[in-house]
Ligand binder design. Structure first.
Ligand code: XLS
Ligand code: NI
Ligand code: NI
Length: 431
């Protein structure tokens, strides 16, 4: 026991509790025939909760954690505390990058040895712990070697280093029975076109991803490979800009059946979309995988990674997820960090507990909207004209025959209300 969280007891569902508890998230509550926990599939992000020191562009570390330091002892203590927090929160899953869990070694081999030692600790803890691995990933953006990208780096040695790193992270994810493997192309993009061969970089990224997919099949990893779109930050322009861009990229390399997307709320906002737009589009294109649940400050132009705190917004996101049949291998990963003044160990617990409650409320509202056909009935009515035989026949005919019908006077468009305000009122009855 690390005693980092003092005498805090595991949280339970208790809407009347004085202290820390779940007020809306009852994991065993059955919604649409499934336990809430199995719908939401909550995951804790190792990087934000245990590795992030609380810095911002103008200030350094604010958190003082007993495990901050470079050695393996620090990494072991960090793992200890992480699993304690997973237990306190009853977390279903966690997610990590290689760099979050191990110190950087003097060589690739030493880094890999450090990494594998901690992975072995995770494996042992997971034999008795409830928590499972939602996804693993590689940090191919923090170290200076990645300053010009990973798979898109002009230096083939960085491409090679990245490939070796992803291999080791996929091996670890497979070993820990992870349900997905994520690629977020942190620095896959450019700062200036003046020094960038955009076509070559995209081709290399396509080749790299094909190798990842081949390796998945080679080792028999049953999980899903996910790409996490983001439009900019850290680079000025990122190649995996949004869901539509990623889908075009996947199609170009014939990978649209092999790879799905992990959609993050804050990244959707940065791309000028809503979260629900990105989810709905991924569902429509057959590539919806998982979500990084957070919230972006609407006044800041960067990825603020705050814990979700807005039921109506979250409800619309889960609405699109449930409408598409819910998560399969994906889940709700809290890619969210405390504000840098939130120093207390309890702040970490409160942040997650509050976020889990918000998500539970959002998902339950979404489920009720679906059950009542509250939005789908008017949506179907809006498209009902397409159910007639003449309308269907038009889709397999041609411009000339359609034109003949119009010229014969058989067609008479009548504008109809889109009823947006009425629909918004309906949503507000649920949230
Ligand atoms: C950063 C990304 C990152 C990914 C994992 O903006 O959200 O945290 O989720 O590499
Ligand atoms: Ni993310
Ligand atoms: Ni992010």
């Amino acid at each position: 026991m690390s005693n980092f969280f003092g005498d805090l007891a595991p949280l339970s569902f208790d809407p009347e509790a004085e202290g820390l508890a779940f007020r809306a998230y009852n994991p065993d509550e059955v919604v649409l025939g499934k336990r809430l926990e199995d719908h939401l599939r909550f995951a804790i992000a190792y990087w934000h909760s245990f590795a992030w020191p609380g810095g911002d562009p103008f200030g350094g570390q604010t958190f003082e954690r007993p495990w901050f330091g470079d050695g393996m002892d620090a990494a072991r203590l960090k793992a200890e505390v992480a699993f304690e927090m997973f237990e306190l929160l009853g977390a279903s899953y966690f997610c990590f990058h290689d760099l979050d869990i191990r110190p950087e070694g003097a060589s690739f081999t030493e880094s890999k040895r450090n990494f594998e030692e901690i992975v072995a600790i995770f494996e042992e803890k997971m034999e008795t712990a409830k928590v499972r691995l939602l996804w693993g990933t590689a940090n191919l953006f923090s170290h200076r070697r990645f300053m010009s990208g990973a798979a898109s780096n002009p230096d083939p040695d960085v491409f090679a280093w990245s490939a070796a790193t992803v291999k080791s992270c996929m091996d670890a994810t497979h070993r820990l029975k992870g349900e997905n493997y994520v690629l977020w192309g942190g620095r896959e993009g450019y700062e200036t076109l003046l020094n960038t061969d955009l076509k070559q970089e995209l081709d290399h990224m396509g080749r790299f991803l094909s190798m990842v997919v081949d390796y998945k099949h080679k080792i028999g990893f049953p999980g899903t490979i996910l790409i996490e779109p983001k439009p900019q930050e850290p680079t000025k322009h990122q190649y995996d800009y949004d869901v539509a861009t990623v889908f075009g990229f996947l199609q170009r390399f014939g990978l649209e059946k092999e790879v799905k997307v992990n959609i993050e709320q804050g990244h959707a906002i940065l791309a000028g979309h809503s979260f629900e737009h990105e989810i709905a589009l991924a569902q429509a294109l057959g590539v919806f995988g998982s979500i990084d649940m957070n919230r972006n400050d609407y006044q800041s132009g960067w990825d603020t990674d705050q814990f979700p705190n807005n039921v109506p917004e979250v409800a619309l996101a889960y609405y699109e997820i449930l409408k598409g049949g819910g998560f399969t291998t994906g889940g709700t990963n809290f890619d969210a960090k405390l504000r840098r003044q939130s120093l207390d160990p309890e702040d970490l617990i409160a942040a997650h507990a509050g976020a889990m409650d918000i998500c539970a409320r959002g998902l339950k509202a979404a489920a009720r909207m679906l059950e009542d056909d509250a939005l789908e009935a008017p949506r179907r009515a809006r498209y009902a004209g397409w159910e007639t035989p003449e309308a269907q026949a038009m889709l397999t005919s041609d411009l000339a025959s359609i034109s003949a019908r119009v010229e014969a006077g058989d067609v008479d468009p009548q504008p109809r209300s889109g009823r947006q305000e009425k629909l918004e009122n309906i949503v507000n009855r649920y949230v």
